[in-house]
Design a protein around this ligand. Structure first.
Ligand code: FAD
Ligand code: MLT
Ligand code: ZN
Length: 486
């Protein structure tokens, strides 16, 4: 990983950690709530892609909201910069320090607070792991309205802080709709609490929305109240091979029409991303008849198996007859459902396993979505630096996958190692390309460190100014996750 600290200057207004600070934190958390050992710090300093690495000397692990409040108040008074951290699975370099910022990890705040089985409202600490929350809900017949490949490590607080989208946004909508209330600590130590969770409450600004997607720049989220749907009683997964991006779009239109209310996910991936994933997983392509340029994963969720089976089979028969789909399989049991999903969910690992990855998470109108991958491959080929097999080339391939149902493409440039030569070929090229199509340079992963200089490609000067004013109002000393976002 690169420290990336050469790209910015450490802000001298921030104090450097000293023994008196450590003593204060020990007084709040006892010795057990502090990590200072160099080896143990590495996990917290480095990101999931091993692209960004900070140099923090201290991780704090509060167990209560009151402790978070005491810590932040002290840091604010002392001008000690901090980075809130959940499961550290973020993909934009937002969860790691750039210099010596103190990391405040929420991993010891991991209790389910309450669940109301009539309304489906779950209240929980920010540090609960997403999969743990979902398993708890499964026992009650409910489902967490967000699912994503990092579920085994990411925290619900981290999900809310990034406004993660994931695999079923198509069905359950964004966290801006399902989160009913939050508890968050502001830099001055005051505690914002809207955990009462009313579905309807039009008394003033909806302040919780400010924290959803704020990426740790305004305060630390400590509690979440979220509306959870009933768990589907029956699910199907189909994995399809198609021969063009045109066909991917047509299948999507048909799926929405034919599968309608039972469609719960529509994901796509190109042949190269599946190839790299198969290589990494050491598994053969799930479609036995050969390799295809594009694959689609369709999930249905409903309450009547026969009804859903019939609908899916009819839909697939129609799509094959219309020659939109070349080949496909329908999972026959729960383990096949898991296995097909794991192909899709393992792509981020598969495309990183080559050595590294440059990630671009974009929204563009659907017809042009995949052209970005083609434009990137052309550019890399012109520069003579890309090859799937030739180890002497720095770039393996530019691949595309993502949430077609949400108009969200993940362009990933899989590399053998990170290099400024490759990076400068891709940036700002990719951002300019997106701007010219009026797309978004960050559909779901956020801005973090990676995109803080590029926000202007998606937001107007007026919007950027409003964001800066809000930030300066709540965090006048700028201690919350500095060098990121704007
Ligand atoms: P972290 O990485 O620890 O933090 C992310 C950001 O939130 C940082 O800026 C951090 O400072 C801030 N933060 C964390 N916790 C708090 C808190 N309690 N209060 C205030 N700020 C906080 N994202 C998607 O949107 N959709 C996907 O489908 C998806 N799939 C993924 C698959 C994989 C394999 C991986 C590695 C990542 C994926 N992501 C996806 C990216 C990422 O957004 C999510 O993994 C997750 O939402 C991050 O949660 P986390 O707890 O790991 O947060
Ligand atoms: C996904 O959809 O798999 C995630 O957003 C992670 C990624 O983009 O790699
Ligand atoms: Zn995604």
């Amino acid at each position: 990983a690169d420290t990336y600290s050469h790209k910015v200057q450490r802000d001298p207004k921030f104090k450097k950690l000293d023994d008196a600070d450590i003593e204060f934190f020990k007084g709040v958390l006892t010795d057990k709530g502090l990590i200072t050992d160099a080896d143990d710090l590495l996990f917290y300093n480095e990101d999931w892609m091993r692209k960004y690495r900070g140099q923090s000397q201290l991780v704090l692990k509060p167990k209560t909201t009151e402790q978070v409040s005491q810590i932040l108040k002290y840091c604010n008074e002392q001008k000690l910069a901090v980075v809130p951290q959940g499961g550290n699975t973020g993909l934009v370099g937002g969860s790691n320090p750039i210099f010596d910022e103190i990391i405040i990890s929420l991993s010891s705040m991991n209790k389910i607070r309450s669940f109301d089985s009539v309304s489906g409202i779950l209240k929980l600490d920010a540090g609960v792991i997403l999969e743990t929350a979902d398993q708890y809900l499964a026992e009650q017949g409910y489902i967490f309205p967000l699912d994503l490949g990092a579920k085994g490590s990411c925290h619900v607080g981290g999900n809310v802080a990034c406004n993660a989208g994931g695999l079923r946004l198509l069905r359950y909508g964004s966290l801006h709709g399902s989160v009913l209330g939050l508890e968050a600590v502001l830099p001055d130590g005051s505690i914002y609490d809207s955990m009462h969770s009313l579905r309807k409450d039009n008394t003033g600004y909806d302040l919780k929305q400010l924290f959803i997607g704020s990426e740790g720049t305004l305060g630390i989220i400590t509690g979440i109240s979220i509306l959870c749907p009933s768990r589907p009683q029956t699910q199907n997964v189909a994995f399809l091979a198609v021969s063009s991006y045109e066909a991917v779009q047509k299948v999507f239109v048909e799926a929405r029409k034919e599968l309608s209310e039972i469609l719960s996910a529509f994901e796509f991936m190109d042949g190269t991303s599946l190839y790299l994933t198969g290589k990494h997983l050491k598994l053969d392509n799930p479609i036995e008849s050969g390799e295809y340029p594009f694959y689609i994963l369709i999930e249905t969720s409903g309450s009547n198996k026969e009804h859903d089976d019939e609908k899916l089979e009819n839909f697939l028969a129609g799509a094959m007859e219309a020659e939109l789909v070349d080949d496909g399989i329908i999972a026959q049991d729960e383990s096949q459902i898991q296995s097909l999903w794991s192909w899709r969910e393992s792509i981020p690992e598969g495309v990183t396993a080559t050595g590294g990855v440059y990630k671009y998470d974009v929204s563009i109108p659907l017809p042009e979505l995949y052209s970005l991958v083609e434009a990137c491959n052309e550019r890399l080929q012109e520069a003579g630096i890309v090859s799937l097999e030739d180890e002497s080339k720095p770039v393996v391939a530019a691949v595309g996958y993502g949430h077609i149902g949400d108009g969200n493409l993940h362009l990933n440039v899989s590399v053998r190692k990170y290099s400024s030569e490759v990076e400068s070929l891709l940036e700002p090229f990719v951002y300019e390309w997106i701007q010219s199509r009026k797309g978004s340079i960050s559909a779901e992963h956020g801005l973090g460190f990676q995109k803080k200089n590029y926000i202007g490609y998606s937001k107007s000067p007026v919007e950027i100014n409003m964001i800066k004013e809000i930030k300066n109002h709540y965090d006048p000393n700028g201690i919350m996750n500095p060098y990121k976002y704007v």
